[in-house]
Design a protein around this ligand. Structure first.
Ligand code: FES
Ligand SMILES: [Fe+2]
Length: 418
């Protein structure tokens, strides 16, 4: 066994050279994967869906996260709740992953029956002494922010979700995603470690070379550029970019629309996030192939089409909210080299398919982008597992958010004693 493979997780991450990639073992090792799941997916707030997953009372969305599984339920009072998906009798799973609609939650094993608020309502053969009220489903910490569902599986949930909430709630409120509907969903399994999925998501260095659909509307300059060595054409493009940004921000300011960036990415934060209202290229309306809205029925009370892209990054998700639709994506690690990525396209609840929007047009950019990113993650995972791999340097201009993610990852491990 190579000497390196016996190194502790903590040693591997602390030995990472600043502004360099992580050692390959942090992506490939089973023990690292399990520690990551435990810390980053069981003890931090994670995005696991949208309220549109459970639009009506009785709707259930079941999500597996490692060995854990949770039920997101809309109860009879329209409240969204989250429970552990394990029966209080002998532990059977109540629901398979996916969506369903129920009157009550009935365990398939001995039919213990819970209502939608999690209370145990019916058991047979348990005798008169049995105290069913102590056997409600175990609740999971839940926070709904502008229609996005965050959960935390630990006993004590990090309190700084409040900062994400106070930042995002006013930015998302005008879009009323709480009442939006899902027009399309996709699920892909990327053949790479979850940290490579995130690293890839935190830079647009690769966008110009790999994402022709996305870069029609997305401006990679938003996440850094290096002016040195630009061609005349490149300098001109940069000048146009700056003019566009200045004009868009001034116009949003006039309408009282918040656009400024907020970054909670440092090593002292628990709940990592970044947001900003980003400018859209071309016609400036939406992340579509022609950069115009895909749905003519705008979200919420939007009155202008050029609302930009209010993006939100967390440590396991990335979302883009535009005037006409939103794309919400999150990941869940499945194995050291397998990561599930779920994406949901939201539109106004009254938008009619074939009249107000066309699903192919709506999903084209991010279906293509997700597939391209999946192949980039797969080749990178493979390369980092090669005995000849040596972590290389990040660009200080275009990969600063990858560096920030790597530092935050190390700090959170340390905070949990790793
Ligand atoms: S395990 Fe659920 S009713 Fe027995
Ligand atoms: Fe990408």
């Amino acid at each position: 066994m190579p000497a390196q493979s016996t190194q502790e997780h903590s040693v591997l991450i602390r030995n990472r050279k600043p502004w360099h990639g992580m050692p390959g073992e942090l992506f490939g090792r089973q023990d690292v994967f399990e520690t990551d799941l435990d810390i980053f997916f069981y003890r931090h707030w994670i995005l696991v869906g949208v309220t549109a997953d459970v639009p009506e009372p009785g709707d259930v969305s079941t999500i597996d996260i490692g060995r854990a599984s949770i039920l997101i339920v809309r109860d009879d009072d329209e409240q969204v709740r989250a429970f552990r998906n394990t029966c209080r009798h002998r532990g059977a799973r109540l629901k398979e992953p996916g969506k369903s609609t129920v009157g009550m939650l009935v365990c398939p094993y001995h039919q213990w029956t819970y209502d939608l608020s999690g209370e145990l309502r019916h058991t047979s053969h348990m005798g008169t002494e049995f105290e069913s009220k102590c056997k409600s489903l175990r609740p999971v910490h839940l926070k709904v922010v502008g229609g996005l569902i965050f959960v935390c599986l630990s006993e004590e949930a990090p309190e700084d979700i409040a900062t994400l909430e106070s930042t995002m709630a006013p930015r998302l409120a005008p879009y009323d995603l709480t009442h939006a509907k899902i027009a399309f969903e996709s699920e892909i399994i990327e053949n790479g470690n979850w940290k490579l999925v995130l690293e890839n998501n935190r830079e647009c260095y690769h966008c110009a070379g790999t994402h022709p659909e996305l870069t029609a509307s997305f401006l990679p300059e938003d996440f850094g550029f290096c002016e040195a060595g630009l061609t005349e054409q490149g300098r001109q493009a940069l000048a146009e970019y700056r003019t566009r940004i200045t004009a868009a921000n001034a116009s949003w300011d006039r309408d009282g629309l918040i656009s400024s960036p907020v970054e909670h990415l440092d090593t002292d934060v628990t709940t990592l996030f970044r947001t900003q209202r980003l400018v859209i290229a071309g016609h400036g309306e939406s992340q579509t192939m022609d950069t115009k809205v895909a749905s003519t029925r705008l979200l919420g009370d939007a009155s202008r089409r050029d609302l930009g892209d209010t993006h939100l990054w967390t440590h396991s998700s990335w979302s883009h909210v535009m005037s006409d639709h939103a794309v919400i994506s999150y990941c869940i690690p499945l194995a050291p080299d397998k990561t599930l990525v779920r994406s949901k396209w939201l539109v106004h609840p009254d938008a009619v398919e074939g009249v107000d929007y066309d699903v192919e047009t709506l999903k084209a950019v991010w279906v293509a982008t997700n597939a391209q990113d999946a192949s980039l993650v797969a080749i990178t995972h493979q390369g980092t597992q090669d005995p000849g791999y040596e972590p290389g340097p990040f660009s200080q201009f275009t990969e600063s958010y990858v560096e920030k993610f790597s530092r935050w990852y190390a700090a959170r491990l340390a905070a949990h004693g790793v």
